[in-house]
Design a protein around this ligand. Structure first.
Ligand SMILES: Cc1ncc(COP(=O)(O)O)c(C=O)c1O
Length: 381
């Protein structure tokens, strides 16, 4: 592919960063000046600001989203002998987090229209060992908060949210982070709120869980050289916290821009429905923060997903796949005990989903170019 003016990248972070470069440089310089690189004042400030933005009492900055899942579950007392239910079509990090505490991952299928955890399947998978249901707010859309809370109330099972793709996403009056006992966020650079390196956070309104995560991330030491827990070293870097705190006040605007771009896509893609192109359904309306905009390339399309992705690349439109292989079919995880056919919807989606360019600042003109390129690619077949 030759990059031209009409190329549409999958993600363009420079649009986000250019207007705040001065503020970011200043925030980094401040850390250099005071030298508190580990758990400096910027970490505490960002923890408080992000927790407040989510509407919860506590935020504890950790090294990554994966660590946020592991440490959050450990702080809730989850460990060997416990079962944790989660969707088969998530990024593998969700399973890694559960593995880390020694609990058993129990996978379930997803809803074909939204790709979100199938709550009926989750309910059916509950055993007397189930301690946690771990919904993943995939692509920036919350799993039904009412459905989750109802299930938790009926069964006594706790909720732990993986909101790595859902910073400030809302649905039915709930914000990501306010549904479960605790919630994990990732600040991987490409996320809606991204650092300039790795980072993550556990948010919770449970003081005991918050104190435990704070200890666990710092060698299990609630105070220096006193190790109450078997912890680890997984702290959010001060420089990353400083950068994230510059970005946080812009997050709602960026999320709204993504939602607007998604509305353009929805409108323009309607004409391609007869061609087999079907966007994932949005049940959260303006609360969907579109970390990713995903379409399904159905069987009626003249091109399969991989062919369409290749044709789009030739036309300068870059896309992604989230995710091509469900967790149970990943080579390193076949010993979990499932195989092909175990989760038919997740498996079908893996072969058909395509993530279109999506980032704040994606304007209508570029959205038009993406949709036109899809239409041309199919027509040329
Ligand atoms: C759904 C989901 N869970 C967990 C993670 C892990 O986050 P991190 O890369 O910060 O470890 C990610 C992102 O990478 C994710 O998308």
């Amino acid at each position: 592919m030759i990059a031209t003016l009409s190329t549409v990248p999958f993600v363009d972070l420079s649009l986000q960063h250019a207007p705040i470069k001065g503020d970011i440089n200043q925030a980094i310089a401040q850390v250099l000046d005071h030298g508190g690189y580990i758990l400096g004042p910027e970490v505490k400030a960002f923890e408080e600001n992000f927790a407040a933005a989510c509407g919860v009492a506590y935020g504890i900055g950790v090294g990554s989203g994966t660590e946020a899942i592991a440490l959050g579950l450990q702080a809730m007392g989850i460990g060997p002998g416990d079962e944790v239910i989660l969707p088969a079509n998530t990024f593998i990090a969700t399973v890694v987090g559960v593995d880390r505490v020694g609990a058993k991952t129990v996978l379930v299928d997803c809803d074909p229209e939204t790709a979100l955890l199938d709550l009926a399947a989750a309910a059916a998978a509950i055993t007397d060992k189930t301690k946690v249901i771990l919904p993943v707010h995939l692509y920036g859309q919350l799993v039904s908060p009412k459905g989750l809370l109802d299930l938790a109330e009926r069964t006594g099972v706790k909720i732990f949210e993986d909101a790595s793709q859902a910073h400030l996403a809302t649905r039915d009056g709930y914000t990501a982070g306010t549904i479960g006992t605790a919630t994990a966020f990732s600040f991987y650079p490409g996320k809606n709120l991204g650092a300039m390196g790795d980072g993550g956070m556990v948010v919770t309104s449970d003081e005991r869980v918050a104190n435990k995560v704070r200890s666990l991330r710092n060698y299990g030491a609630p105070r220096k050289y006193f190790h109450e827990d078997r912890g680890t070293n997984s702290r959010l870097d001060t420089i990353q916290a400083a950068i994230l705190d510059v970005k946080l006040p812009r997050l709602s605007t960026w999320n709204a821009q993504r939602n607007q771009a998604a509305q353009w896509y929805d409108e323009k893609l309607r004409s391609l429905a007869p061609q087999g192109i079907k966007p994932m359904v949005n049940r959260a309306e303006s609360g969907h923060i579109y970390h990713l905009y995903v379409v399904r390339v159905g069987e009626t399309c003249k091109l399969n997903r991989d062919q369409l992705q290749d044709r789009l690349k030739e036309k300068g439109v870059m896309t992604g796949i989230h995710y091509p292989i469900p967790c149970h079919l990943q080579p390193g995880y076949v010993d979990m005990g499932w195989g092909p056919g175990s989760f038919p919807i997740a498996e079908a989606l893996g072969g058909e989903i395509l993530s279109l360019p999506m980032f704040p600042g994606l304007d209508e003109d570029r959205g038009n170019r993406v949709v036109a390129a899809i239409g041309e690619a199919i027509a040329e077949q």
